[in-house]
Write a protein that binds this ligand. Sequence first.
Ligand code: FAD
Length: 448
Amino acid sequence: MDKRTFLKATGALVTGNMLSRFLSAEEQNAVRKNWAGNYTYKAGHLYVPQNIGEVQKVVKNCDKLKALGARHSFNSIADSTRNQISLKHLDSMELDPKSHTVTVGAGVTYGQMAPYLDSHGYAVHNLASLPHVSAAGATATATHGSGSRNGNLSTAVSGLEIVKADGEIVTLSRARDGEKFHGAVVHLGGLGVVTKVTLDVQPTFTMAQAVYENLSFSHLEKHLDEIFASGYSVSLFTDWQNHQATQVWVKRRLTKGAPARFDPEFFGAKLATRNLHPVTGHSAESCTEQMGVPGPWYERLPHFRMNFTPSSGDELQSEFFVPREKGYEAILAVEKLRDQVTPHLLVSELRTIDADDLWISPCYRRPSMTIHFTWKPEWPAVRNLLTLIEERLAPFDVKPHWAKLFTVPPARLNALYPKMPAYRELLRQYDPQGKFRNEFLDANIFAG
Ligand SMILES: Cc1cc2nc3c(=O)[nH]c(=O)nc-3n(C[C@H](O)[C@H](O)[C@H](O)COP(=O)(O)OP(=O)(O)OC[C@H]3O[C@@H](n4cnc5c(N)ncnc54)[C@H](O)[C@@H]3O)c2cc1C
């Protein structure tokens, strides 16, 4: 009997263990870790269905389950006590030029989607620093790129197809479901298993990026908005020493036919004359082309190329959202900890993100600036530093990135999200028995 016939024949009586017979030994038995290797998943089973019918059966027959995306989160957010499900075989991509949307299977990464879109003359509005994450996993956690007028990647979601706890398929759309949709887009994997995501697209565009070296933080006191608005997407990197950003990455959209223009100086910072990696001493080979060379949007918006290890690899990450108008004060607050922070740091990055209406997006109704830390893999020291940093940033109503490392107590976290009670209610409505609840949701959402 083949797998499909078996599943059909056994229907609702199929147990987790029986289902698992149909998965490869490698996927079943290997110790599974996240991308950074700092987190080992506790879930004993990983299901890798071939199609939506199999997804429904797995969902129906597991009492505890969590969807796993491309494993790029740094904490337990994608884990479950018993079972995980990978949607990697759901890799369809369907462009709808009429509605200016693309609908992709939950297994599709931005790295797969972008060349497809571009070859058809389209683009998404922004990308994260790396293209390796899945659209379903990235939008579930409010993953963002940079750009003061760019909302995070979740703001491009206009539709979701979800298998709910009872195995039924439901669709949600921005046009039809109004406020409920705003609650469902950033869902932290708590609503069910997303099988398809629909994203807004726009006509493709060309970009160029240039890097400036050594921008004094003093310019941020009066010109923070101007500096971050100097490109479509702007990132400042720092090691927190010498009151400066060691690098400023300015990514500009090009108007057809017009050459890229980058002045030799930018607020006293000098235009780099070679490609650079944000982390001192790392080869720029893994980074997207700089030096003002024009290229497609998807080869300029991320910092890292698809076929290379992004960032450092052996690292931890944390990121904190503060209101943009308090950005400079927040930078100064962290800078005071520089001599404790720098020894454990690979690099920090400052970015801006527009406000949105998504209930548990850290940018909910708040234009934001983020302070990101790529740490050396030194968890005990990093954990202590996180508590210190969070204390210093508490006066700015700091919100941590859901998918990175933080120690903010749940009660404080919950108080920062006015829509948290409504989000909890939505989770209960979709998943009354708590099938998709895990340690992360219990600790950070339900315990608050
Ligand atoms: C090197 C590196 C660079 C990064 N850069 C950025 C950045 O620039 N900006 C930023 O904001 N973040 C960044 N991140 C964080 C990353 O974008 C998030 O962790 C993102 O959520 C990872 O997506 P994923 O596909 O790996 O999903 P996972 O990490 O596997 O899962 C994330 C969440 O999505 C849920 N999920 C995944 N798929 C589904 C599904 N089909 N149905 C229901 N729920 C699902 C999971 O249950 C989990 O809750 C970076 C991470 C790394 C490792």
